[in-house]
Design a protein around this ligand. Sequence first.
Ligand code: SAM
Ligand code: SF4
Length: 457
Amino acid sequence: MINEAQIAETLERAARPDAGRIEEIIAKSLEMKGLDSEEVAMLMGISDPGQISALFDAAQHVKDEIYGRRLVVFAPLYVSNLCANECLYCAFRVKNKAIVRRALTQEEIAHETGALIDQGHKRVLLVAGEAYPKQGFQYILDAIETVYSVKHEKGDIRRVNVNVAPLSVEDFKRLKAANIGTYQIFQETYHRETYAKVHTSGQKRDYDWRLSAIDRAMEAGIDDVGIGVLFGLTDWRFETLALMQHIKHLEDTFGVGPHTLSVPRLEPATGADLASHPPQPLSDIDFRKLVAILRLAVPYTGIIMSTRETPGMRKETFALGVSQISAGSRTNPGGYAEDEEMDASQFSLGDHRPLDEVIRNVAELGYIPSFCTGCYRLGRTGADFMDLAKPGDIKAHCGPNAVSTFQEYLMDFASPETLKVGEDLIERTIATMNPIAAERSKTLRSQVINGKHDVYC
Ligand code: SAM
Ligand code: SF4
């Protein structure tokens, strides 16, 4: 699946791209049919400010064409920091004595969920280390059931995505039966030698078991999957071409690529020195190039930006192609209900702002924050989603659903300041939509204003 020699050759060939070729690639990217590895490698090599700005303009254009002005919002829900692995960059690593260990009880998970619902969240990403309390993997299944079961006056969690260690096909089937949205897992590094150096003990040492996890998830019927790289462990250009190979493998084997890509950069983590000294840090400018290149290479795949990054960097990458963001996050189990960041966190955050502030800021930037969970609940996942996304039709669903869920948020949870910014933005956005999307938006919005909740198309 990952051919390191081929990646090295591609990077070598792309080392001296001429200006004409870069122009051609950027022009091709505007057709929104994606780019191949050679083209990606050439774009990664550019450093001329004029070429970089042409790249960013193209990414912004493609992002607007396909996704419109919506940004999907979610929160991570850390249920446990118990872990049997020794990943040298992570605070949850088994030998780390500097953090407080904790696996939330189902009651505590319900409290956490309630706290997220009361902030206005509708989508969570459930996260855990790779060691479960005595119930084993059933603990995660129970946690998902608990999250879905919490109903508050103003809402509930409508989609639970999951980021947990690789499973067998049998366990993936159980995960699917628990009604998850996306199953997400990051290879961390696709570079075998680096992988072995930073994963020194535990099941996670097995590179191939991890790399084949998405294949098993697909075999088990989970067709909505997310992959990613933890940038900073080795050369970002190698990782990006390996990511392209992984995507191609999934497309060739299952007829559909990943639903989302994640691009975390290493952040400092308590008791994990490696995280504070990334072996090959990804600079800010290369990080922005990375997001723009991915947007052009796989135009229909969502790109997720977490609160690892600062508000300034998050803002820049929204324009370049990010389609989903986390907000108001805590990475310690119990962090929402108990409202504190203690020494049980996985890594330090770059964006500490509460949800309402993030939402207001996103809206001020002209993006509609979306809490939509429509596609997954209508069964538009995997290849069905891609079929819809590819001709650009997704805008006709995502736009109106963003409007209705944002309107719901504004009425139920927003501060007066955010409400004002949000209402103005909705008006302005509907005015720029195509007639079908505008009509749908108005209908759904008036249903929400008249007291209906959870309406989507
Ligand atoms: N334990 C499971 C695993 O490793 O796949 C799932 C959860 S793990 C908490 C989620 C992700 O956090 C990891 O895949 C890794 O990419 C990321 N992570 C770990 N340490 C990090 C750090 N110091 N900075 C940024 N991201 C980190
Ligand atoms: Fe455990 Fe995942 Fe952290 Fe590794 S990255 S120590 S597996 S929680």
